[in-house]
Ligand binder design. Structure first.
Ligand SMILES: Nc1ncnc2c1ncn2[C@@H]1O[C@H](COP(=O)(O)OP(=O)(O)OP(=O)(O)O)[C@@H](O)[C@H]1O
Length: 248
């Protein structure tokens, strides 16, 4: 589904990503993990050509992104969604309008937009929040809106850049469950950047460890499932006592 062939990206003389060859299979959840500055976000952004490689090729679904003209690239990008640590919602637009933006930009037929927006909001469990504004939502709800927006164009690939890093442990587990549902029910291939080992272990099938812009190793992960959480006060106490509340 995603193929990177000897991809290199430099900033000046600094090699942020160096000679990376990697294949992510259709239907896979693939983690990218590594220390700060290892090149995780740059590698993710290369996958939809938000970063242009200095050398190497990038294929999505057999299509060589690096060979496309602007209009063709815009078309190819419709099937690639992206979500971010800080959600990137438009503050003065409602939840409904935030999701619709993706459809407007993709020239989705106007008559079908409203139904598609509601279908996506229902999928992430937020249909009753359609007329609210981002400021009225919790962090987890904002990330759900961002997921709905990223899926609106019948997305085949979802790129996730630290999607849970701004969230507490319970909300983080909720978002990981939504991503798992996106993968299982919609068959979307997911690439997930995280600096948290637990996040990658909980939902990824395989993970690539990056070090100084290069692949250190790609490993298979045994399914461990998303950690069960509850909103009961005792679960907060348990996690606090175990020291597991917050980032690893
Ligand atoms: N636009 C840019 N201009 C110059 N240097 C950049 C740019 N983007 C990234 N870098 C550098 O490239 C390296 C890799 O950055 P990247 O954001 O991909 O790392 P990361 O593994 O995602 O780190 P973090 O977990 O801290 O976000 C870093 O040293 C960073 O400073």
């Amino acid at each position: 589904m995603i193929q990177l062939q000897q991809v290199t990206r430099k900033f000046g003389s600094f090699m942020a990503v160096q000679d990376v060859t990697l294949t992510v299979a259709k239907g896979e959840i693939h983690g990218l993990i590594g220390a700060s500055g290892a090149g995780k976000s740059t590698l993710l952004r290369l996958m939809n050509l938000l970063e242009v490689p200095d050398s190497g090729n990038i294929f999505i679904n057999g299509q060589q992104l690096t060979a496309l003209k602007n209009a063709e690239l815009r078309e190819a990008r419709k099937s690639i969604g992206m979500i971010f640590q800080h959600f990137h919602l438009v503050a003065n637009k409602t939840v409904r309008d935030n999701v619709e933006i993706a459809l407007v930009l993709a020239n989705y037929p106007k008559k079908l937009r409203k139904a598609r927006v509601m279908e996506c909001l229902k999928f992430v469990g937020l249909e009753q929040f359609a007329n609210q504004y981002p400021a009225q939502l919790s962090g987890g709800q904002k990330q759900r809106v961002a997921i709905a927006r990223a899926l609106a164009n019948k997305t085949a690939v979802l790129l996730c850049d630290e999607p849970t890093s701004a969230l507490d442990a319970n909300t983080s587990a909720e978002i990981l469950r939504v991503l798992q549902k996106v993968n299982v029910e919609l068959g979307v291939t997911i690439v997930l950047v995280s600096h948290e080992l637990e996040v990658v272990k909980s939902i990824c099938h395989r993970a690539t460890v990056l070090d100084a812009g290069q692949i250190y190793e790609t490993v298979e992960l045994t399914p461990s499932g998303v950690l069960e959480t509850s909103h009961h006060p005792q679960s907060f106490v348990d996690q606090l006592v175990k020291g597991g509340f917050g980032h690893a």
